[in-house]
Design a protein around this ligand. Structure first.
Ligand SMILES: [Zn+2]
Length: 306
């Protein structure tokens, strides 16, 4: 069972909206593409866990602090006999391994993912030790993309290629046979309680309110949306329709994350969303999730549950 879902990717959501609202540089563009691709790969990998029928616990997207070092885990599987750490890579094209060096056929060196990978396993073992939990730990590096080939990959390496995923999950299901001891569930609870939320701002491009183009950006991050009908907006690029209310509330959520210091007034939100000119409509939508707080002569909206 999925004990901890992957959740939302706030960093990617903010990146999507920024890169439509302003022209970003090459480095930011590359970061954005890397994030989009990585997230897509992880979501595809999540689907494979749904094929497991036996008793096991799946914990996705974990971040811990172990010995003052951050430990990030894409997916973790707890079975009665073993814990398996999964690192998912959505690489495409060809990569060549030459000793410890990983490079593209052109010769351009890329970061060897095995370095991070073995550090991750060792930190996780330390964490288990701190929690006084003994169970064997194994790690696997998944290459989820069928369009990827790794030259000179050693047979004994912990790699799982796209063509091997079906067999891996059959093996995992067999491994998960038998009931899960209660201590394993307690371990999962403990791990979730130790999970720390990462800041979504570390890799974002630099931005300020004035330079960002106003409007509602499609949730896929492809383009601005325009009015399609009385109740719907449409993305000019992918053609996705979204109800105006949900589009406005989604846009307000982005705005609050991008500019936490700015007050959520009706006129501010109307300006940010751009495409809906009626302040009354904006106010009506806002009241679904926000309440109006009046201080002196001004009033602004705050989240109902805050
Ligand atoms: Zn779109």
């Amino acid at each position: 069972m999925i004990y901890k879902s992957r959740g939302e990717n706030t960093e990617l959501e903010l990146f999507r909206t920024i890169q439509v609202r302003k022209r970003i540089g090459e480095k930011d563009e590359n970061n954005y593409k890397y994030l989009e691709k990585g997230w897509l790969g992880e979501k595809q990998f999540d689907q494979l866990f749904l094929t497991l029928t036996n008793e096991c616990l799946i914990l996705n997207n974990l971040l811990f602090e172990v010995n003052n070092t951050q430990l990030q885990i894409d997916s973790l599987l707890i079975t009665s006999k073993e814990i398996i750490i999964f690192e998912v890579k959505n690489f495409e094209g060809d990569i060549v391994i030459d000793g410890n060096r990983w490079h593209l056929p052109s010769g351009k060196e890329i970061k060897n993912p095995l370095i991070q990978f073995s550090r991750c396993e060792s930190l996780f073992r330390q964490l288990l030790e701190e929690l006084r939990f003994t169970l064997s730990v194994e790690s696997k590096l998944e290459f989820i993309n069928p369009e990827f080939y790794l030259y000179e990959a050693p047979v004994k390496a912990p790699f799982v290629f796209h063509a091997q995923l079906g067999r891996l999950f059959k093996k995992l299901d067999t491994l998960a046979a038998g009931s899960l001891p209660g201590g394993h569930l307690q371990l999962a609870e403990k791990l979730v309680s130790l999970h720390i939320k990462d800041t979504p701002y570390k890799r974002l491009p630099v931005y300020n309110y004035e330079e960002l183009e106003k409007g509602i950006v499609c949730m896929r991050g492809c383009s601005f949306m325009v009015v399609a009908s009385q109740n719907y907006l449409v993305c000019l690029n992918c053609g996705d329709l979204e109800h105006k209310e949900s589009a406005v509330l989604r846009s307000v959520k982005e705005f609050r994350l991008l500019f936490p210091e700015r007050k959520n007034t009706t006129s501010q939100v109307t300006e940010w969303c751009g495409v809906i000119s009626s302040r009354l409509t904006i106010r009506k939508y806002l009241l679904k999730e926000y309440k109006l707080v009046t201080t002196g002569r001004t009033s602004h909206f705050v989240k109902k549950d805050e």
